[in-house]
Design a protein around this ligand. Sequence first.
Ligand code: ZN
Length: 256
Amino acid sequence: MEFTDKALVLKVGAFREADLWVRFLSPSRGALTAFAFGGAKSKRRFCGCLDALCEIHVRVRSSGRGEYLCLEEGSLLAAPRRLRTDWHRLGLAMRCIKFLEAVCPGSQGAPEAYALACDLLRTLEEETEPDTLFAHLFRARASREQGFGPDFERCAACGEPLFHAQNGRGQAHLLFVEEGRVLCRICASRTGAAGRPLQISQESAYVLGPVVDAGPQAWLEPDISPQARRECAAAVDALVRYHLGLAWDRARYRNV
Ligand SMILES: [Zn+2]
């Protein structure tokens, strides 16, 4: 097997003096690991492109017996600059990318995961200082693209819209984490739903619905109220933990 593709470098490690292993995300095949023989020395075949968070063009082939992949060549398409010196931004980027890797291991959903990762890096590179809500909204979006996550736009039982305006006030709705659905108050009191629900205000439903869909630039919106921030963070943490079995622990996602 041999293929050429774009790739986002996730991690690089050395395993012999001149050789490297490279973990990367491909838009057609998901996350893969390949060996770059001579990668630490060959400027001709890998001109400054084997570095975490670089977007590169690669040529990959499988070894003679198909036991592993070899990175034959790589050329640089885009490299982060600000992320290299701003540790806060870099930490946020790595935390988001690691989540993406955890939810998108194979080729299914790989084009969406790749596009989201590139969009994320561009935003962190170019835009104003992101805050911690950014990582939660990223996880909400990445989960949704991989097929998980409730509808925050309409009540799952009656179909009524869950918000009327961005800062619409009014009764809060309820998120039933185990069932993965949001119900309006009226439906929640009628149907016997399992578990203790989390409160989702109209503003939070708006943030977790259209704002998450709008992509990374929209997540820098400074006007989100402290209450909605708390609700959104709690909702995403609970959904990811329950449905994907993932929790952030000591700089990586572990299964819970
Ligand atoms: Zn309803």
